[in-house]
Design a protein around this ligand. Sequence first.
Ligand code: GUN
Length: 290
Amino acid sequence: MILLDGKKTSSDIKDEIAIKVAELKQQGEKTPHLAAIIVGNDGASRTYVNAKVKSCEKVGFNSTLVELPDTISEADLLAKVEELNNNDDIDGFIVQLPLPKHIDEHKVTLAVSPAKDVDGFHPESVGRMMLGLPGFLAATPAGIVELLDRYDIETSGKECVVIGRSHIVGSPMSVLMWRNSKIGNCTVTITHSRTKNLAEITKRADILIVALGKPEFVSADMVKEGAVVVDVGIHRVEDASKKSGFRLLGDVKFDEVSPKCSHITPVPGGVGPMTIASLMMNTLQAIDMK
Ligand code: GUN
Protein backbone atom coordinates (compact mmCIF):
# COMPACT_ATOMS: atom_id res chain seq x y z
CA MET A 1 0.00 0.00 0.00
CA ILE A 2 1.32 3.41 -0.94
CA LEU A 3 0.27 6.47 1.02
CA LEU A 4 -0.77 9.42 -1.17
CA ASP A 5 1.08 12.02 0.86
CA GLY A 6 -0.83 15.27 0.37
CA LYS A 7 1.24 17.10 2.95
CA LYS A 8 4.52 16.44 1.15
CA THR A 9 3.03 16.98 -2.34
CA SER A 10 1.41 20.23 -1.26
CA SER A 11 4.69 21.41 0.20
CA ASP A 12 6.48 20.57 -3.10
CA ILE A 13 3.85 22.52 -5.07
CA LYS A 14 4.16 25.51 -2.76
CA ASP A 15 7.95 25.46 -3.22
CA GLU A 16 7.40 25.51 -7.01
CA ILE A 17 4.94 28.40 -6.71
CA ALA A 18 7.35 30.31 -4.45
CA ILE A 19 10.00 30.12 -7.20
CA LYS A 20 7.52 31.49 -9.78
CA VAL A 21 6.47 34.30 -7.44
CA ALA A 22 10.10 35.24 -6.80
CA GLU A 23 10.62 35.41 -10.59
CA LEU A 24 7.55 37.60 -11.01
CA LYS A 25 8.80 39.97 -8.33
CA GLN A 26 12.25 40.05 -9.90
CA GLN A 27 10.66 41.03 -13.22
CA GLY A 28 8.92 43.91 -11.44
CA GLU A 29 5.49 42.27 -11.79
CA LYS A 30 2.78 42.63 -9.20
CA THR A 31 2.80 40.32 -6.18
CA PRO A 32 -0.19 37.95 -6.36
CA HIS A 33 -2.78 38.79 -3.71
CA LEU A 34 -5.39 36.40 -2.30
CA ALA A 35 -8.18 37.53 0.01
CA ALA A 36 -10.46 35.39 2.17
CA ILE A 37 -13.75 36.35 3.76
CA ILE A 38 -14.74 34.46 6.88
CA VAL A 39 -18.11 34.96 8.53
CA GLY A 40 -18.58 33.95 12.17
CA ASN A 41 -16.49 31.88 14.52
CA ASP A 42 -16.73 28.27 13.39
CA GLY A 43 -13.55 26.59 14.69
CA ALA A 44 -12.94 24.32 11.70
CA SER A 45 -13.48 27.15 9.17
CA ARG A 46 -11.06 29.36 11.14
CA THR A 47 -8.43 26.61 11.04
CA TYR A 48 -8.82 26.21 7.26
CA VAL A 49 -8.71 29.94 6.57
CA ASN A 50 -5.69 30.43 8.81
CA ALA A 51 -3.92 27.64 6.92
CA LYS A 52 -4.74 29.40 3.63
CA VAL A 53 -3.31 32.70 4.88
CA LYS A 54 -0.18 30.93 6.17
CA SER A 55 0.31 29.29 2.79
CA CYS A 56 0.11 32.69 1.10
CA GLU A 57 3.03 33.84 3.24
CA LYS A 58 4.95 30.66 2.38
CA VAL A 59 4.66 31.16 -1.39
CA GLY A 60 5.21 34.93 -1.24
CA PHE A 61 1.65 36.07 -2.02
CA ASN A 62 0.06 39.00 -0.29
CA SER A 63 -3.03 38.03 1.66
CA THR A 64 -5.97 39.79 3.23
CA LEU A 65 -8.28 38.20 5.77
CA VAL A 66 -11.70 39.83 6.06
CA GLU A 67 -13.36 38.75 9.29
CA LEU A 68 -17.08 39.45 9.60
CA PRO A 69 -19.51 38.71 12.46
CA ASP A 70 -22.14 35.99 11.99
CA THR A 71 -24.80 38.67 12.53
CA ILE A 72 -23.85 40.38 9.25
CA SER A 73 -26.74 40.82 6.84
CA GLU A 74 -26.72 39.23 3.42
CA ALA A 75 -26.73 42.69 1.83
CA ASP A 76 -23.66 43.79 3.79
CA LEU A 77 -21.79 40.59 2.86
CA LEU A 78 -22.70 41.10 -0.81
CA ALA A 79 -21.39 44.68 -0.54
CA LYS A 80 -18.08 43.35 0.83
CA VAL A 81 -17.85 40.88 -2.06
CA GLU A 82 -18.44 43.73 -4.50
CA GLU A 83 -15.70 45.75 -2.79
CA LEU A 84 -13.22 42.90 -3.34
CA ASN A 85 -14.42 42.49 -6.95
CA ASN A 86 -13.53 46.14 -7.52
CA ASN A 87 -10.23 46.15 -5.66
CA ASP A 88 -7.61 45.98 -8.42
CA ASP A 89 -4.86 44.85 -6.08
CA ILE A 90 -6.73 41.64 -5.17
CA ASP A 91 -6.27 38.95 -7.83
CA GLY A 92 -8.56 36.35 -6.32
CA PHE A 93 -10.69 35.77 -3.25
CA ILE A 94 -12.78 33.15 -1.50
CA VAL A 95 -15.74 33.26 0.82
CA GLN A 96 -15.24 30.44 3.30
CA LEU A 97 -18.26 28.13 3.50
CA PRO A 98 -20.52 27.27 5.24
CA LEU A 99 -22.21 30.64 5.78
CA PRO A 100 -24.78 31.36 8.52
CA LYS A 101 -28.28 30.05 7.72
CA HIS A 102 -29.76 33.52 7.04
CA ILE A 103 -27.39 34.05 4.10
CA ASP A 104 -28.04 32.46 0.70
CA GLU A 105 -24.75 30.82 -0.34
CA HIS A 106 -25.78 30.70 -4.00
CA LYS A 107 -26.33 34.48 -4.05
CA VAL A 108 -22.88 35.05 -2.57
CA THR A 109 -21.22 32.60 -4.98
CA LEU A 110 -22.92 34.34 -7.91
CA ALA A 111 -21.73 37.74 -6.70
CA VAL A 112 -18.03 36.81 -6.90
CA SER A 113 -16.48 38.05 -10.14
CA PRO A 114 -15.69 34.97 -12.30
CA ALA A 115 -12.23 36.51 -12.97
CA LYS A 116 -11.45 36.31 -9.23
CA ASP A 117 -13.28 33.07 -8.46
CA VAL A 118 -10.27 31.07 -7.24
CA ASP A 119 -12.57 28.59 -5.43
CA GLY A 120 -14.12 27.68 -8.80
CA PHE A 121 -17.65 27.80 -7.37
CA HIS A 122 -19.22 30.42 -9.70
CA PRO A 123 -21.59 28.96 -12.34
CA GLU A 124 -19.30 30.35 -15.04
CA SER A 125 -16.33 28.42 -13.60
CA VAL A 126 -18.47 25.28 -13.28
CA GLY A 127 -19.72 25.67 -16.87
CA ARG A 128 -16.19 26.16 -18.19
CA MET A 129 -15.09 22.99 -16.38
CA MET A 130 -18.00 21.03 -17.91
CA LEU A 131 -17.07 22.24 -21.40
CA GLY A 132 -13.32 21.75 -20.91
CA LEU A 133 -12.65 25.48 -21.36
CA PRO A 134 -9.90 27.27 -19.43
CA GLY A 135 -11.10 28.51 -16.05
CA PHE A 136 -10.81 27.96 -12.33
CA LEU A 137 -11.32 24.39 -11.12
CA ALA A 138 -12.82 23.81 -7.66
CA ALA A 139 -9.89 23.60 -5.28
CA THR A 140 -10.51 20.23 -3.62
CA PRO A 141 -11.24 18.19 -6.79
CA ALA A 142 -8.38 19.91 -8.63
CA GLY A 143 -6.05 19.12 -5.72
CA ILE A 144 -7.07 15.45 -5.88
CA VAL A 145 -6.38 15.37 -9.63
CA GLU A 146 -2.95 16.91 -9.00
CA LEU A 147 -2.20 14.33 -6.30
CA LEU A 148 -3.20 11.40 -8.55
CA ASP A 149 -1.09 12.87 -11.34
CA ARG A 150 2.02 13.32 -9.20
CA TYR A 151 1.76 9.67 -8.06
CA ASP A 152 1.38 8.53 -11.71
CA ILE A 153 -1.97 6.86 -11.07
CA GLU A 154 -3.39 5.44 -14.31
CA THR A 155 -7.03 6.52 -14.62
CA SER A 156 -7.86 6.02 -18.30
CA GLY A 157 -10.58 3.41 -18.80
CA LYS A 158 -10.85 2.74 -15.04
CA GLU A 159 -14.02 2.53 -12.99
CA CYS A 160 -14.26 5.54 -10.69
CA VAL A 161 -16.93 5.74 -8.01
CA VAL A 162 -17.57 9.04 -6.22
CA ILE A 163 -19.56 8.90 -2.97
CA GLY A 164 -21.28 12.26 -2.42
CA ARG A 165 -22.72 14.83 -4.83
CA SER A 166 -21.91 18.16 -3.15
CA HIS A 167 -21.31 21.25 -5.28
CA ILE A 168 -17.90 21.68 -3.63
CA VAL A 169 -16.49 18.18 -4.07
CA GLY A 170 -18.57 15.26 -5.37
CA SER A 171 -20.16 16.86 -8.44
CA PRO A 172 -17.06 18.63 -9.83
CA MET A 173 -14.91 15.59 -8.93
CA SER A 174 -17.07 13.33 -11.07
CA VAL A 175 -16.66 15.72 -14.02
CA LEU A 176 -12.87 15.87 -13.70
CA MET A 177 -12.70 12.07 -13.66
CA TRP A 178 -14.69 11.61 -16.89
CA ARG A 179 -13.03 14.48 -18.77
CA ASN A 180 -10.76 13.65 -21.67
CA SER A 181 -7.46 14.55 -20.03
CA LYS A 182 -4.40 12.91 -18.50
CA ILE A 183 -6.13 12.32 -15.18
CA GLY A 184 -9.65 11.51 -16.38
CA ASN A 185 -11.19 9.22 -19.00
CA CYS A 186 -12.74 7.12 -16.24
CA THR A 187 -16.14 5.48 -16.33
CA VAL A 188 -17.68 7.42 -13.46
CA THR A 189 -20.51 6.50 -11.12
CA ILE A 190 -21.70 9.12 -8.63
CA THR A 191 -23.57 7.84 -5.59
CA HIS A 192 -25.61 9.68 -2.95
CA SER A 193 -28.01 9.26 -0.05
CA ARG A 194 -30.67 7.60 -2.25
CA THR A 195 -28.31 5.10 -3.89
CA LYS A 196 -29.35 1.48 -3.42
CA ASN A 197 -26.84 -1.35 -2.87
CA LEU A 198 -23.99 1.10 -2.32
CA ALA A 199 -21.39 -1.54 -1.39
CA GLU A 200 -22.02 -3.42 -4.64
CA ILE A 201 -21.24 -0.25 -6.57
CA THR A 202 -18.22 0.84 -4.52
CA LYS A 203 -16.71 -2.65 -4.85
CA ARG A 204 -16.51 -2.07 -8.61
CA ALA A 205 -14.28 0.97 -8.12
CA ASP A 206 -10.67 0.99 -9.25
CA ILE A 207 -10.65 4.54 -7.90
CA LEU A 208 -12.96 5.31 -4.99
CA ILE A 209 -13.42 8.95 -3.98
CA VAL A 210 -15.24 9.34 -0.69
CA ALA A 211 -16.82 12.71 0.03
CA LEU A 212 -20.09 12.17 1.87
CA GLY A 213 -19.09 13.73 5.18
CA LYS A 214 -19.73 10.82 7.60
CA PRO A 215 -16.91 9.70 9.87
CA GLU A 216 -15.50 6.23 9.07
CA PHE A 217 -18.40 5.40 6.75
CA VAL A 218 -16.45 3.24 4.30
CA SER A 219 -15.46 -0.18 5.62
CA ALA A 220 -13.17 -2.82 4.11
CA ASP A 221 -16.07 -4.87 2.70
CA MET A 222 -17.01 -1.89 0.45
CA VAL A 223 -13.60 -1.73 -1.23
CA LYS A 224 -12.08 -3.79 -4.05
CA GLU A 225 -8.64 -5.30 -3.52
CA GLY A 226 -6.01 -3.02 -5.10
CA ALA A 227 -8.25 0.07 -5.29
CA VAL A 228 -7.01 3.65 -5.07
CA VAL A 229 -8.97 5.30 -2.24
CA VAL A 230 -9.21 9.08 -1.79
CA ASP A 231 -10.74 10.19 1.51
CA VAL A 232 -12.08 13.74 1.43
CA GLY A 233 -13.73 13.61 4.86
CA ILE A 234 -12.36 15.42 7.88
CA HIS A 235 -14.11 15.22 11.25
CA ARG A 236 -13.10 16.28 14.72
CA VAL A 237 -14.02 13.70 17.33
CA GLU A 238 -13.46 14.16 21.04
CA ASP A 239 -10.40 12.36 22.37
CA ALA A 240 -9.36 13.05 25.94
CA SER A 241 -5.97 11.38 25.36
CA LYS A 242 -4.97 14.16 22.93
CA LYS A 243 -3.61 17.50 24.04
CA SER A 244 -6.02 19.30 21.71
CA GLY A 245 -8.94 17.27 23.13
CA PHE A 246 -9.86 15.90 19.70
CA ARG A 247 -8.55 13.76 16.87
CA LEU A 248 -9.30 13.84 13.17
CA LEU A 249 -11.10 11.09 11.29
CA GLY A 250 -11.90 10.71 7.62
CA ASP A 251 -14.90 9.20 5.85
CA VAL A 252 -12.96 5.92 5.53
CA LYS A 253 -12.04 3.37 8.22
CA PHE A 254 -8.34 3.78 7.46
CA ASP A 255 -7.02 0.89 9.57
CA GLU A 256 -9.15 -1.80 7.94
CA VAL A 257 -9.37 -0.32 4.41
CA SER A 258 -5.72 0.64 3.84
CA PRO A 259 -4.34 -2.96 3.71
CA LYS A 260 -6.63 -3.64 0.71
CA CYS A 261 -5.58 -0.54 -1.25
CA SER A 262 -2.87 0.03 -3.81
CA HIS A 263 -2.92 3.72 -2.76
CA ILE A 264 -4.81 5.67 -0.10
CA THR A 265 -4.86 9.22 1.26
CA PRO A 266 -4.40 9.63 5.03
CA VAL A 267 -6.49 11.98 7.22
CA PRO A 268 -5.03 14.40 8.12
CA GLY A 269 -2.28 14.97 5.56
CA GLY A 270 -4.05 13.79 2.42
CA VAL A 271 -6.67 15.83 0.57
CA GLY A 272 -6.73 18.83 2.97
CA PRO A 273 -3.26 20.19 2.15
CA MET A 274 -3.89 19.57 -1.57
CA THR A 275 -6.96 21.84 -1.45
CA ILE A 276 -4.74 24.63 -0.22
CA ALA A 277 -2.02 23.95 -2.82
CA SER A 278 -4.68 24.07 -5.49
CA LEU A 279 -6.01 27.39 -4.19
CA MET A 280 -2.47 28.78 -4.45
CA MET A 281 -2.22 27.47 -8.06
CA ASN A 282 -5.58 29.08 -8.91
CA THR A 283 -4.42 32.39 -7.44
CA LEU A 284 -1.30 32.31 -9.60
CA GLN A 285 -3.57 31.61 -12.58
CA ALA A 286 -5.80 34.55 -11.57
CA ILE A 287 -3.10 37.06 -12.47
CA ASP A 288 -3.66 36.19 -16.13
CA MET A 289 -7.46 36.38 -15.92
CA LYS A 290 -7.64 40.16 -15.68
N1 GUN B 1 -15.59 24.96 2.96
C1 GUN B 1 -15.17 23.68 2.80
N2 GUN B 1 -14.35 23.58 1.74
C2 GUN B 1 -14.25 24.81 1.20
C3 GUN B 1 -13.54 25.33 0.09
O1 GUN B 1 -12.85 24.63 -0.66
N3 GUN B 1 -13.70 26.67 -0.13
C4 GUN B 1 -14.48 27.44 0.65
N4 GUN B 1 -14.60 28.73 0.34
N5 GUN B 1 -15.16 26.99 1.68
C5 GUN B 1 -15.05 25.67 1.96
